[in-house]
Each structure stands twice: as structure tokens, then as C-alpha cells.
Write a protein that binds this ligand. Structure first.
Ligand SMILES: Cc1cc2nc3c(=O)[nH]c(=O)nc-3n(C[C@H](O)[C@H](O)[C@H](O)COP(=O)(O)OP(=O)(O)OC[C@H]3O[C@@H](n4cnc5c(N)ncnc54)[C@H](O)[C@@H]3O)c2cc1C
Length: 307
């Protein structure tokens, strides 16, 4: 029996797995995606890369700051810019390369979609959409809460967990010729909330690798509209002619938790030990998701004695 099954190889799942491994466990991480990192996501086209989820991460917590400094020394991350005296870190080869690096020593299975988990023999049995069964003494779910809740149809959960909501977001990635004249900017008005040139994240990168994020309101109003219509509307915020040299659009249904729960994670041993972790807890940011994963791992490790 795999002792702890972790669903989700975003930063929360990776943190939980690293913490458990450090405590002497052998966790298995599964993710439905093709890449590590979840919303620490990077896409490559036009000979460039584009972070289309998290743009940077903060490191206020001492443990996470240490990790950010280690990543910096290893040439995986760097301080992109400072705000209010706090560094904002980015990956030197994209955000998902940071996640991949952190998961390198872990047992991870990508392209595995868990469709349901149920209690079995004092632990858990989770089934994938291809019918593969994973058994574990404990379960840590790190998918956005509305998705995590759907995996536990037989489990009683608090109303606050069931009611958790996320804002959606569109990410438009566009390659343009030349230097766009900015590194990053929060946009106060209009349909786009953020624009950044990924080419400013490390030296030697092609400039003009733009990521635009929509406001949550725009994403809600246009969620099912045709991609080109959405992309054209977002592109207006740049004041440039349509179309850019190359572009792609990503639609995040669960981008940021609307009202994160004021606790590091949720744990219960009824009907069998399991934890819910991720950015629905404490704050909808990379750093908070990491801390939530650590908290979940520690509480699970304490609750389930290692054989
Ligand atoms: C557009 C955007 C911009 C952002 N900007 C920033 C920023 O600048 N700074 C910042 O700190 N944060 C930012 N965030 C938030 C940050 O990305 C998240 O808080 C953080 O990455 C969440 O990590 P997580 O591990 O909790 O969840 P996720 O990264 O979402 O990981 C959950 C994983 O679970 C997997 N999964 C889900 N269901 C299943 C299933 N049934 N079976 C198997 N696997 C499953 C998913 O594939 C995913 O990989 C941004 C997010 C978005 C979307």
C-alpha cells in the first residue's frame, strides 16, 4: 500500500510530498496534467516561454525564504523585482521549471486523473479515469477545493469547504517583435489586470514575450466566448494592432480562491485520514499553497503512525 497518496503536483502537493519524504515516508504524487506545477504554468512557442499562471512568488515566511534563496543559488529562480521591500521571485526558465526542480526527487505520476476516492480498510482507495486503483493509508488532496470536493462523494465536509469559490482568469500569451518597453505592470482600468514581458525574467531571453491576465469580471462575462474574440478584446489594453505575431489563450476556471479559509489546511480522520491543502487556505498565492502543503503533511504524518 502506498502510504500517502497526494493528488496534485502543484506547489502544495510538491511541498507536502517533500515534507513527508523528509519525515521518512514514500509519498506518491499523481496529477492529471502533462507537466509539474499546476498553476505555476509555462507554455513554450515562438522560440520563447510564457508563464501563464503565477507570475512570481513572494517569500515572507522564513522557511520559504530559505527555499527561495536556495533556488536562487542553484540558478533556478531569481529576484525579478522588489515591492514594498519584499522580493518577487521568478523562475529563470519559467515557473514550471521551478516546480519540476522541486519535484525532481519525488515519486510523481503525471497524466493520471483521479476520478473518485473512497475509504477502504482503514485507508483509502482512489480510482483514476482509466480504472487504475491507488491504495493508501492517507490521502492529501491539493486540487482547487471545488474539484477536490467532487473526488470525495461519500465524505462529510464542512460547509465552508464545500462553499469555497474561485475567480476565473484568461491568460493571453503573445509574441511581439521588438522591446515592448515594459517589464511588468498592474493595469488599473479595462479588461486586463496585468501585463508582463517574460523576456525580462532572465538575461539573454527574447523580449516581447507578453502575458496578459484578464480581470475576474471579464473572465466571468466572456468565459465561453470564442478564443479569438476574447484575445482581441484583451489585446486592446496594449494599444497595439491586432494580431500579434503569434498568440495563445488559456482559460483558468479556478485561478484564485475568492475568500481563502483562515486555516493552513483541513484535516479529518473520519472516515480515514485525509487532508485538503492548497491555496484555498490562508492566501491564494504560491507561498501560502506551499505552507499549506507542509501543514497537511505534518498533520497527516502525526495522525498516521509509520509502520
Ligand atoms: C492567472 C494566475 C495568476 C497568478 N499569479 C500569481 C502570482 O503572481 N503570485 C502568486 O503567488 N500566485 C499567483 N497565482 C496563484 C498561484 O498560482 C496558486 O496560488 C498556486 O500555484 C496554487 O498551488 P496549488 O498547489 O494549491 O494548486 P495547483 O497549482 O492548482 O495544483 C493543483 C493540481 O491538482 C491537479 N488536479 C486537479 N484535479 C485533479 C484530479 N482529479 N486528478 C489528478 N490531479 C488533479 C491539477 O492538475 C493541478 O496540477 C496565480 C494564479 C493564476 C491562475
Amino acid at each position: 500500500m502506498d502510504r500517502v497518496l497526494i493528488v496534485g503536483c502543484g506547489i502544495a502537493g510538491i511541498a507536502a510530498a517533500r515534507e513527508l519524504a523528509q519525515l521518512g515516508w514514500q509519498p506518491l504524487v499523481v496529477d492529471k496534467g502533462r507537466h509539474h506545477g499546476g498553476r505555476m504554468a509555462t507554455r513554450r512557442f515562438a522560440n520563447r516561454w510564457f508563464d501563464h499562471g503565477a507570475q512570481f512568488f513572494t517569500a515572507r515566511d522564513a522557511r520559504f525564504r530559505q527555499l527561495a534563496e536556495d533556488l536562487t543559488h542553484q540558478g533556478i529562480a531569481r529576484v525579478w523585482f522588489q515591492e514594498n521591500g519584499h522580493p518577487r521571485y521568478c523562475g529563470l526558465d519559467g515557473m514550471n521549471a521551478v516546480a519540476r526542480h522541486l519535484a525532481a526527487s519525488l515519486n510523481v505520476r503525471l497524466n493520471v486523473t483521479i476520478s473518485r476516492a473512497e475509504p477502504a480498510g482503514g485507508g483509502w482507495s482512489a480510482v483514476s479515469d482509466s480504472g487504475e486503483i491507488f491504495t493508501a493509508a492517507a490521502l492529501i488532496l491539493t486540487a482547487p477545493l471545488p474539484q477536490a470536493v467532487r473526488l470525495l462523494p461519500e465524505v462529510e465536509l464542512p460547509g465552508s469547504v464545500r462553499a469555497a469559490e474561485y475567480d476565473p482568469c484568461f491568460a493571453l500569451m503573445a509574441a511581439v517583435a521588438g522591446h515592448p518597453g515594459l517589464d511588468y505592470a498592474s493595469l488599473e482600468h479595462g479588461d486586463a489586470a496585468w501585463i508582463a514581458d517574460n523576456g525580462s525574467k532572465a538575461s539573454g531571453l527574447e523580449r516581447g514575450s507578453l502575458t496578459l491576465h484578464s480581470t475576474a469580471r471579464f473572465a466571468r462575462d466572456h468565459f465561453d466566448h470564442p478564443p479569438e474574440q476574447v484575445a482581441r478584446l484583451l489585446w486592446r489594453s496594449t494599444g497595439r494592432d491586432w494580431p500579434p505575431a503569434e498568440w495563445q489563450l488559456h482559460r483558468w476556471r479556478y485561478a484564485r480562491a475568492k475568500a481563502p479559509l483562515a486555516q493552513p489546511c483541513y484535516f479529518s480522520s473520519d472516515p480515514a485520514p485525509f487532508a485538503l491543502a492548497g491555496d484555498a487556505f490562508a492566501d491564494s498565492r504560491v507561498e501560502a499553497a506551499w505552507l499549506s502543503g507542509i501543514a497537511a503533511a505534518q498533520i497527516v504524518a502525526t495522525a498516521v503512525r509509520r509502520a
